[in-house]
Design a protein around this ligand. Structure first.
Ligand SMILES: Cc1ncc(COP(=O)(O)O)c(C=O)c1O
Length: 413
């Protein structure tokens, strides 16, 4: 109902009393990616910042008809509470999705969550006490940093190269952290087309990393929202495909829609059961309507066909971004060349600060995310993340021209 013009926009404050926050309230910080979201929406701005999938390939009319039918014909079920574990047919369907990555699993091993972000939150709260150490790639997903910091875990980065986590560095870091008397609870890795670096963990390194974690008694959490978005169509074998102790996080966000908020956790049965208890204490159950829609999408739609169309777009945009960077940026700038996912990681020439460049980029009409967002320790200011998932190739090229003007000007100062 529209608000009458004379009605107050918010209720008057009758009593104001200070809220006694928990200590941990200070650990929840605004996401640097969301901070540039509003700026991205400004007229004329080119955003190489966000990590939104291209939903333009989706059959919206057909999906709308399915959603309508679900409510009209099965409303009493799909608008009701559901089970904590999630719909059994959807759990079956995600087992099928994971089989592409070589994973063998049964529905009883799966917990459906409201996005994989929730899965990560549950796993962290189940495994980590305040002060426990979480090992992560350098750099890593900004949302994971937020979760770990919010739950008072200490983040320690492990060095990576163009083939991902360096096993010798992982081994060294484990020994170093332990020598300080600290407890390491988990290694969090995004082995495929890492957000933000675009780097993929080399297949030869995967068993080595898994073995190092197993031997050290550290849980390995494999977060894999981008694995299917491979431009070369060479399905990457998940670490979980050869190590059943791995806790694997999956998501519908990049293969269908982030708005339906459906993800899943595949974990050893005892871990999965405890995760379900934690999930029920958080959300009672994932959205039943969303689960039905996701289930029908995976079973009755040519979802791989739509995904492949999106991948073609991502591929074209990634190529255009790479070519534009080569054409317009000074030679001293380096960047990654991913064959999938959404992101390129750029390394600035010595002495330049990505945080200092951002306001100048905004003035020029281009937004990106400074590298500091992807480190828990404030480092990364010599890097920035560029996303190629949503802007058109021409706008990507123009965005890079604008970025190049900013970088070149900064080098001349
Ligand atoms: C590496 C990684 N993990 C998890 C997520 C969150 O995914 P979801 O939408 O399933 O919560 C994202 C989203 O960008 C991501 O990049």
């Amino acid at each position: 109902m529209p608000t009458p013009a004379s009605a107050p926009q918010s209720s008057p404050v009758l009593h104001s009393r200070p809220v006694a926050y928990a200590v941990r309230a200070d650990f929840f910080r605004p996401s640097p990616v969301r901070a540039v979201f509003d700026i991205s929406m400004r007229e004329g701005m080119i955003s190489l910042a966000g990590g939104n999938p291209d939903l333009g390939v989706l059959p919206l009319d057909e999906l709308g008809a399915v959603a309508g039918r679900l409510i009209a014909e099965h409303g009493l079920e799909v608008l009701q509470y559901g089970t904590g574990a999630g719909l059994e047919p959807l759990r079956e369907a995600v087992c099928e999705v994971m089989s592409t990555a070589g994973i063998r699993a049964v529905p009883g091993d799966i917990l459906i969550t409201s996005g994989s972000q929730m899965g990560l939150e549950l796993v962290t709260s189940l495994l980590c006490d305040p002060g426990d150490v979480v090992l992560v790639e350098a750099p890593t997903y900004v949302g994971a940093i937020g979760t770990f910091q919010g739950l008072e875990a200490d983040i320690v980065h492990v060095a990576c190269d163009d083939d991902g986590l360096i096993p010798a560095e992982l081994e060294r870091t484990i020994a170093e952290v332990r020598a300080q008397g600290r407890t390491i609870k988990l290694l969090y890795t995004i082995p495929n087309f890492n957000n933000p670096s675009g780097i993929t963990l080399h297949p030869d390194r995967r068993p080595v990393v898994a073995e190092l974690c197993r031997n050290a008694g550290i849980a390995l959490v494999e977060d894999d929202p981008y694995g299917l978005l491979d431009f070369w169509d060479t399905p990457l074998q998940a670490i979980r495909s050869f190590d059943e102790s791995v806790i694997y996080l999956g998501s519908m966000s990049k293969i269908f829609s982030p708005g339906i908020r459906i993800g899943w956790v595949l974990a050893p049965r005892d871990v999965r059961d405890r995760l379900q208890l934690a999930a029920e204490a958080t959300t009672i159950c994932p959205s039943v309507l969303s689960q039905h829609l996701a289930n029908i999408y995976l079973r009755e739609f040519d979802w791989r066909g739509y995904m492949n169309r999106a991948i073609d777009r991502y591929h074209e945009r990634a190529q255009r971004l790479d070519a534009a960077l080569a054409a317009h940026l000074p030679e001293s700038v380096r960047w990654t060349r991913p064959h999938g996912g959404f992101f390129v990681w750029l390394t600035l020439p010595e002495g330049l600060s990505a945080e200092a460049l951002l306001p100048r980029g905004i003035e020029e009409g281009v937004v990106f995310v400074p590298g500091t967002a992807f480190f828990g320790d404030g480092s990364g200011d010599g890097n920035l993340r560029l996303s190629f998932s949503l802007e058109s190739p021409d706008r990507i090229e123009e965005g890079v021209r604008r970025l190049a003007r900013v970088v070149t000007a900064a080098l001349e100062i």
